[in-house]
Design a protein around this ligand. Structure first.
Ligand code: VOV
Length: 249
């Protein structure tokens, strides 16, 4: 039997994709629309106050495809807080127009396995802690997708040795490091929480870099042999200052 991975776990994450009911929005009164936008901006202020106190993080992205219109990302210490944020958004006036289209629940994860595999496990340090409780970079573009490792007869990730997994992830990390400053990644684990095994959240200043990194990684042994992917969602950053413009008719 292969040795199980031991993880260090951080904030809980909710990726909440919503389609916007533009048809209803267009026939809503100006007063109603004003109220809805004001309330959303107030919620964004509230989320920002939590982030400023380093008790969580959030970001809102405008989705490019028609899979959704908006992608809300919330990171919080507990699942209770995530559920409360979702319900508060639903109860707000804008919530009447936000139709759930997809969502993903996961927890920020790092393995204890040292990539150098020198026998010493990674310990909880301020650097590790910062990665487990990430403040989302408000970069121009975000890309989210879930993925799993294969459990095929000849390519079963959960059957190979710890040394082999470490070797493969080390190689993966080396490819990732080439994109330092261009792509920032947050890996969240979702085994037992959602349909796939990990959520991959990437940020970039130039969306082309998502294509470049994912393409290059397809040739890494760990991806070529063991990766399965879900749907990709690409978004453009929506800061609070641009909320009025986004909802204006
Ligand atoms: C900026 C790019 C970047 C960098 C630097 C990077 C580095 C690393 C390191 C060092 C480690 C090991 C973590 C640990 O805790 O030991 C990981 C882990 C992981 N990654 Fe990654 N990844 C990147 C980027 C990156 C991308 C683009 C993808 C998706 C494409 C692909 O083809 O997979 C990905 C996936 C993952 C996954 C699913 C895991 C968990 C794997 C598991 O099976 O456990 N990742 N990743």
């Amino acid at each position: 039997m292969a040795e199980a991975v031991v993880t260090m776990d951080g904030w809980c994450a909710l990726h909440d994709m919503r389609s916007f009911d533009w048809a209803s929005w267009k026939v809503a009164s100006e007063e109603e629309r004003k109220k809805a936008v004001t309330e959303l901006k107030e919620l964004m202020d509230k989320w920002q106050a939590v982030e400023d106190a380093k008790n969580g993080s959030h970001a809102v992205y405008k989705v490019v495809s028609t899979k959704a219109d908006l992608m809300f990302m919330f990171f919080r210490p507990t699942m209770e807080e995530l559920e409360e944020i979702k319900t508060e958004l639903n109860k707000s006036t804008i919530g009447d127009y936000l139709i759930p289209s997809y969502s993903y629940v996961s927890i920020v994860e790092m393995t204890k396995h040292n990539p150098l595999d020198d026998g010493k496990d990674r310990e909880l340090s301020p650097q590790v802690e910062a990665r487990l409780k990430p403040i989302l970079p408000k970069w121009e573009h975000a890309c989210f997708y879930p993925m799993s490792r294969r459990r095929w007869r000849d390519y079963n990730w959960f059957e190979i040795s710890r040394q082999e997994r470490t070797r493969l992830l080390y190689e993966h990390g080396m490819t990732g490091r080439k994109y330092a400053g261009k792509v920032k990644e947050i890996i969240t684990g979702s085994i037992g929480l959602d349909e796939f095994e990990w959520g991959v959240t990437l940020f970039a200043h130039d969306a082309l870099q998502f294509k470049k990194i994912v393409y290059e990684m397809r040739f890494d042994e760990v991806t070529a042999k063991y990766a399965e992917f879900g749907d990709f969602i690409i978004g453009n950053y929506l800061p609070k200052e641009d909320v009025d413009k986004y909802f204006a008719l």
